[in-house]
Design a protein. Structure first.
Length: 152
């Protein structure tokens, strides 16, 4: 049986500043998944802290929040681009294409390995993708209203 999954992808402020949003979407499009949701979001700090609640208490959480709020990148309105992809093994396929969290350790042909940077103590790694099915569903519900995502 096909393992049909949904996953949340966020294009982060460093990628928007670098003008590689189209390149990232092109790479993800070639995975053969279906794009079922897309929007531009100017997130509140509360949204970012909820999205990254698993980082609470780490020494780098405030830096990550500042990064996602656009404080390190020249992006008007601190915007983020949010997408939902759906398809067979969507979570592993997208995670494989974006690469490991640490851009200096990510394989060089992945998106994070190609375009990510560590600046100060923040990993500016261009893109977020859900890591597991329950995480994906929680994240999609956080960033999208149900009617904003196509249902196949
Ligand atoms: P993921 O984005 O690969 O799923 P998570 O562990 O969920 O990785 O961390 C969320 C984000 O927090 C990362 O994408 C990265 O931007 C940042 N981050 C994670 N670990 C570190 C760290 O050790 N130092 C600095 N930033 C980190
Ligand atoms: Mg994660």
């Amino acid at each position: 049986m096909a393992n049909i999954e949904r996953t949340l992808v966020l294009i982060k402020p460093d990628a928007i500043e670098k003008r590689i949003s189209g390149l990232i979407l092109d790479r993800l499009d070639r995975l053969g998944l279906q794009l079922t949701g897309a929007k531009v979001v100017s997130p509140t700090e509360e949204l970012i802290r909820t999205h990254y609640k698993h980082l609470a208490g780490t020494p780098f959480v405030d830096g990550v929040v500042d990064y996602m709020m656009g404080k390190y990148n020249n992006v008007p309105n601190h915007k983020i681009y949010a997408f939902v992809f759906q398809g067979e093994d969507a979570i592993a396929k997208v995670r494989g294409e974006i690469g490991s969290t640490n851009p200096e350790k990510a394989a060089p042909w992945t998106i994070r390995g190609s375009f990510g940077r560590i600046i100060g103590d923040v990993m500016q790694n261009c893109v977020h993708a859900s890591g597991a099915p329950d995480e994906a569903e929680q994240e999609i519900a956080l960033w999208f209203k149900p009617e904003e995502v196509l249902d196949f």
